[in-house]
Design a protein around this ligand. Structure first.
Ligand code: AMP
Ligand code: ZN
Length: 110
């Protein structure tokens, strides 16, 4: 856990954030500034800065993040209408929180 990382604090339950899902590896919560009717963040508990910092040993958490997004899309009933999965990578890619997270965005016409 990184001392000054907001998503480390959130994922370890230190900010009182409501989780839609939590397990040993990751948490899911609603984006505080949603860009769509459904905007969730899938966040691993382990601190990884961005996609750039992934190694072979992270294959499992990456797969779990994507399969969790798939499951949450079903739960939020946006799987049939469709959705976007987005990783912003570093400043030029729009990343502002430097702790890996997957955006699940949709629900425009569900
Ligand atoms: P990114 O631009 O990919 O780094 O996305 C970071 C996202 O985190 C933005 O969409 C923010 O709205 C969201 N965010 C920042 N602080 C919080 C918070 N305390 N709770 C929920 N979402 C947050
Ligand atoms: Zn972190």
């Amino acid at each position: 856990m990184e001392k000054d990382c907001l998503f480390c604090k959130i994922s370890h339950g230190q900010m009182g954030t409501d989780f839609l899902l939590e397990n040993d590896n990751l948490v899911v919560f609603r984006d505080i500034n949603p860009h769509a009717p459904v905007h969730l963040l899938i966040v691993p508990k382990r601190h990884i800065r961005s996609i750039n910092d992934l190694t072979e040993s992270d294959n499992q958490i990456l797969a779990e993040m994507i399969m969790t997004a798939r499951q949450m899309a079903q739960k939020e009933k946006i799987n049939a209408s469709g959705y976007k999965l987005l990783f912003n990578v570093e400043k030029g890619g729009g990343q502002v929180i430097f702790h890996l997270h997957l955006h699940l965005i949709g629900g425009w016409n569900k």
